[in-house]
Design a protein around this ligand. Sequence first.
Ligand SMILES: *Cc1c(COP(=O)(O)O)cnc(C)c1O
Length: 406
Amino acid sequence: MDVYAELGIRTLINAVGPATRLGGLALSDEVIEAMRAAGSRNVRMDELQEAAGAEIAALIGAPAAYVTNGAAAALSLATAVCLAGDRPAAIDNLPVVSGPRRRVIIHRAHRDPYDHAVTAVGAELVEIGYPSSTRPDELARELDERVAAVLWRPGRGGDHLGIAEVSELAHRAGVPVLVDAALDVPPLDRLAALFDGGADLVAISGGKVFRGPQTAGILCGRPDLIGAVALHHQDMDIRPQTWQRSEVTGSNLERGRHGIGRGMKVGREQIIGLLVAVRAFVRDPDAHRRHGREELAAIRAALAADPRCVVRDEYDHHLDVPVIEIDLSRSGLPTDEVVRELDRGAPRIHVGEDLAWRNVLVVNPMGLGVGDGAALAARLIEVLDNGGATADDAADKAAEGSEAGR
Ligand SMILES: *Cc1c(COP(=O)(O)O)cnc(C)c1O
């Protein structure tokens, strides 16, 4: 059954990597089968979270873990815990913060579109430092009784504070450190380094290198903080008169009403799918680096003799995978037009276009299936041969023009 064709939607070749706007990466048969099995039976969600969280924590080397519906949700839930802890009244009040601590400190150089995840639950971001450098005293002087947490992001360039320096100063002021490692963990030795450096809570994406469901992520770290996440996240539609202790941990959380994370709910299919994906990753941590290697080789071979394409081997250090760059400077065609044409044509292809303004396309192999590399190269050569715009393209441009004129 082709569910997408049924809707009249064209599928595409994903040469971008784990991009949310394209639905992330293809799931393995093992993960899909586990999700199917999970979806067919019911369980108590608090017990599932406790059991899956404990196994995931052991697999990845974290003190405790909780499954969220993505790393962005993990950041929101982590912030909510730092703002309101396990206090029912404060939890109910979010995004209005009950106590004096509502600030989250962030390096100016670490600002990112995912900052919304932190401010959405009621925190106020306060920047320290400059884009090129940050000094310890710039953090130290902000760490007063208004601060709920410090947010830190790994893998950013410049002369900034490391995780150990941030943690030491923050902990001296009794403030926890949150890390957005969505793009940088796995590899798991980076997670170990974050905990060694004093990180209290770490947000990880389940749909990137772990190849879990697109709507899965992990919040991991200090057991006391992780223990409070459920209060902000899980559905509280229960009666205290009949609610029994968890059969997994024996815990009986003091429950209020739904917290601010209720809209970020995670299904049992996502939890089981992520667990199985993490098990598979731990079994074979290099698989994502091998995945698509033949596809990249096919692209290199097909474009090697084409003077319009200069192909370079590069490395994505965040995702820890080899990628290739295709420089189209010599093609004489606007690279944006090539990107649009790859989307419009058949097969439909999406490539990394962050460097298109420098005439460079990036191919990340993580989302490529068997034969996709050859298909991508053949279609790119066809687009270049056609000189970019097709008749359809010209018709679309005309339509855009008439809309703008209205
Ligand atoms: C991808 C990403 C996120 C969000 O991860 P999701 O699992 O898609 O929610 C957050 N922060 C950074 C830096 C990311 O790259």
